[in-house]
Write a protein that binds this ligand. Structure first.
Ligand code: ZN
Length: 143
């Protein structure tokens, strides 16, 4: 690969444009010409070839580079349940589904098991957690 400080000969506009429009990325075109993608980007600017822009692809779950698997923290595990099962809109304990109440995913067993969560209103969630002595100790496991 040629250093980014060295001037590389620019390919003809129609050649570069057809490569880019065939779906190749600037990085892939750079590999063809043995230059870095910044060089391809500067060629395209010079030749006034419209870039597709930066692609933002958000990968979920284990596809995401920040996925921590079983090492995820307390909050991350609760977000994972919400993403998987949606936001709770009712309580499985008292049966309420009034709109002015706050509903949460309450863990009733293993934090890492997505099936061990129940929809609860905040009031029932607090009562549930207080009645299970290990609550504060469980939270400390994640801190
Ligand atoms: Zn409730």
């Amino acid at each position: 690969m040629i250093s980014k400080f060295a001037k590389s000969p620019c390919p003809p506009r129609d050649k570069l444009e057809s490569l880019y429009n065939s779906g190749l990325t600037q990085k892939e075109i750079g590999e063809l010409y043995d230059v870095c993608y910044q060089t391809v980007n500067s060629w395209m600017k010079k030749l006034k070839i419209q870039s597709r822009g930066i692609m933002h692809i958000v990968k979920a779950g284990s596809e995401n580079p920040q996925w921590k698997g079983d090492k995820a923290g307390y909050a991350a595990l609760h977000y994972r349940v919400s993403n998987l099962k949606g936001k709770p809109m009712s309580c499985e304990i008292c049966g309420t589904h009034r709109k002015n109440k706050t509903y949460e995913w309450a863990c009733i067993g293993d934090y890492k098991n997505m099936d061990d969560y129940k929809r609860m209103c905040r009031s029932c969630h607090r009562k549930y957690d207080k009645s299970h002595l290990a609550y504060t100790n469980k939270r400390k496991l994640f801190i």
